[in-house]
Ligand binder design. Structure first.
Ligand SMILES: Cc1cc2nc3c(=O)[nH]c(=O)nc-3n(C[C@H](O)[C@H](O)[C@H](O)COP(=O)(O)O)c2cc1C
Length: 204
C-alpha cells in the first residue's frame, strides 16, 4: 500500500489549508493509500539558527525527517503570504533539509542516519495545493514551494489545485461544498499515489 504524508503550512486553528489537508488525507484513504495527516503545530521546531543546530538538531526535527522519509509521497497545502510561502513552511523545509548535528543532544548515530540533508526529500512525489480567501487561491505560493522541493530532488506532481474563496468553501463537517473542488483535490492525491507507488518500487 502506498503511504502519503499530508500537512499544511499553517498552524492557525481555523486554517483553510489545514482543512484542505484533512480533505486530501481522507481522499487518500478513500483511494486505497495509507494517509498520515500531521499538524506542524505538534512539532516543537524553532526558527532555523545554525547555533541552535550546532548544539544538537531539535528532536522534533528528527521526528519530522523520519516521517517524511517513511512516506513515499506527500501532499502539502501551502498558504500564500505576500505571493510566496509562509515562514513556517520555509522554516520546516530548511530544518528538515539541513544535515543533522549530534551536538550535546544526540549520539553519533544521528549524523550517520541523518547527515545527508537530501535523505528525507530525495525521490518523494509531492502533490501541491493551496487555499486562500482570495480569488487566486494562493496559487503563487505553489511555484515557490515547487522550486524548493525540486532543488531537494523531490518529484513535484504536475496536477495542482488552488482553492479560491476558501472562506466559503468548507461545510461545517470540513468537507468541500463544491463537488468540482473535491474532484480537483482527489485528482492531485490520485496522481501522487500513482507516481509514488511507481517511484518507490524497488529498481529491477
Ligand atoms: C502576511 C500575510 C500576507 C498574505 N499575503 C497573501 C497573498 O499574497 N495572497 C493571498 O491569496 N493571501 C494572502 N494572505 C491571506 C492568507 O491567504 C490568509 O490569511 C489565509 O487564511 C492563510 O492560510 P490559512 O487559512 O491556512 O492559515 C496573506 C496573509 C498574511 C498574514
Amino acid at each position: 500500500m502506498t503511504s502519503i504524508l499530508v500537512f499544511a503550512g499553517s498552524t492557525r486553528a481555523e486554517s483553510f489549508n489545514r482543512k484542505l489537508a484533512a480533505v486530501a488525507a481522507k481522499s487518500g484513504e478513500a483511494q486505497g493509500a495509507q494517509a498520515t495527516l500531521i499538524d506542524l503545530a505538534d512539532f516543537d521546531i524553532p526558527i532555523y539558527n545554525a547555533d541552535i543546530e550546532a548544539k544538537g538538531t531539535p528532536p522534533d526535527v528528527l521526528k519530522l525527517k523520519s516521517l517524511m522519509h517513511a512516506h513515499a509521497g506527500w501532499v502539502i497545502c501551502s498558504p500564500e503570504y505576500n505571493a510566496s510561502i509562509t515562514a513556517l513552511l520555509k522554516n520546516t523545509i530548511d530544518w528538515c533539509s539541513s544535515p543533522a548535528k549530534s551536538g550535546q543532544l544526540h549520539g553519533p548515530d544521528v549524523e550517520k542516519d541523518w547527515g545527508d540533508g537530501f535523505k528525507p526529500f530525495r525521490g518523494k512525489v509531492v502533490g501541491l495545493m493551496a487555499a486562500s480567501p482570495g480569488g487566486l487561491g494562493g496559487i503563487r505560493s505553489l511555484s515557490d514551494v515547487s522550486k524548493l522541493l525540486l532543488n531537494l530532488h523531490c518529484w513535484v506532481a504536475p496536477e495542482q489545485f488552488a482553492l479560491g474563496r476558501a472562506g466559503s468553501a468548507f461545510a461545517p463537517d470540513g468537507s468541500l461544498t463544491d463537488p468540482k473542488s473535491a474532484e480537483r483535490v482527489a485528482a492531485v492525491v490520485k496522481q501522487v499515489i500513482w507516481a509514488a507507488g511507481r517511484l518507490s518500487a524497488p529498481s529491477p
